[in-house]
Design a protein around this ligand. Sequence first.
Ligand code: FAD
Ligand code: 2HG
Ligand code: ZN
Length: 513
Amino acid sequence: MAVSPWTPPLQSQQWRSYSASAPVPARDPSFAQLTSDDVRFFQGVLGLGGVVTDDDLLAVANTDWMNKYHGKSKLLLRPRTTEQVSRVLAHCHERRLAVVPQGGNSGLVGGSVPLFDEVILNLGAMDRIVSFDEVSGILVCEAGCILEKVDAYLAERGFVFPLDLGAKGSCQIGGNISTNAGGLRLLRYGSLHGNVLGLEVVLADGTVVDTLKTLRKDNTGYDVKQLFVGGEGTLGVVTQAAILTPPKARAVNVALLACASFQDALTAFRLAKQELGEVLSAFEFFDRTCLDLVLKHHSAIRDPLPPEEDGAPPYPFYLLVETAGSNQEHDSAKWDAFLEAASAGEVVQNGTIAQDAGQAAGLWAIREGITESLAKNGVVYKYDFSLPVTDLYRLVEDTQQRIGPLGVAVGYGHLGDGNLHLNVSAPAYSDALRARLEPWVYEWTAQHRGSISAEHGLGQMKPHALRYSKADSAIELMASLKRLLDPRGILNPYKVLPDEADKRDATSKKQQT
Ligand code: FAD
Ligand code: 2HG
Ligand code: ZN
């Protein structure tokens, strides 16, 4: 990589104001405007099919999954090879055209859509499986492969992808890696920081960085690929990945359990770790309001655990517990021990265990249907916190108390990972509700030593809130890395890093207190 001389600060947008909600930046005037010469250049590199200017297709690519963030890009590029990505970026770098890397556009923080006229670089046409080693379980694939398709490919060979999430039908491996997505089985398989063994990445100036090793161990200096795992498209464009995949479990058991309190849910988690031990593969939770929303918006789904007595109130908390092992008899004995311990202390009030794969999928459909149900119910203020598990649900209760009738706070998520998805459902976005929520919700999290983003990333929603979770020294190091790898700041501008003005505001606030 050629290290270019210092250029004016990256992310140099001027926030119109620092407010309780995400500030709206102004377009950075140092970025070039797209010209017809640029379009002709891209057509020469990608062919006519790889250069999209159709308004309807652009409207889709400019809008995020929640229909909350809207860009104004006039150009969508669909490269088919790494070389094409490299030539496109070299041109954008030279011309100082801003670029938004895009995968399946299922992200929940507005990271995959432009704010202004940034060129959208969608990796969806790069969807080849490059190789798979059935002994080591190491897969090499292009970034645009859709997660569900890769998982189906692996299933035919007796393996699974080490990540699973509700958007699997549309999200891409490159997007998963760039968000360091956590998902439903992180508890068992760990994070992508461990499972991604190698990457091919194209830097902002078109340089191709090849770390596409297929080795479990490789201590040869700095592990540079890790910068791009969770880099949210701000440091480079992921074009290929080598991923360690585990064998597909022969015995999978799924149960939905109901608890009378969040404290009981925590006790059940402790018991699950003790009794289910190494076969535990998911420990998810949701509250009753989430279940009500799923029942309301999915007519095919029935309440799997109606209260045992007529007229009794519904259970307030639900747990989806999954084990994945190699021996059903062995796992059944473990489940017996777990359920006996859990019912002995009335930790679990009611429960159902799936008898076959279809029933297991039915229970997962409830958990995975929550996000979509919330989207159908109105607008949603979405938060994704890491918190000490003991404090986790108190944030939902405190939020409801704080917002009163302005909205409904629900809590669900990956309890096994200490990851709460606090969602506030309301009929419409309103300044009044947002002002009740932010920055209070970030302050609450900082006071409890949590993280403002457990797995969704920062995107355009949270850069201004980064300082609640990260020390200034670490943020400055992030900014230095950004300057080194993307000296002209063309990759996913206005995202992830807080602006200099925001930092100044934070400093003056600290000095006042
Ligand atoms: P996009 O949304 O297209 O992009 C996300 C970010 O990655 C953007 O910043 C983009 O610029 C960047 N990017 C994309 N591709 C590349 C690339 N090739 N190179 C460089 N940068 C790139 N997330 C979780 O962590 N856990 C969950 O359980 C989960 N469940 C979800 C359920 C639903 C119903 C939905 C809608 C979303 C869910 N998500 C979850 C969020 C989202 O699906 C993940 O963040 C996913 O990893 C995004 O992948 P994508 O291909 O859609 O990326
Ligand atoms: C999940 O765990 C996803 O279902 C989405 O991370 C969470 O919608 C959300 O807040
Ligand atoms: Zn999640």
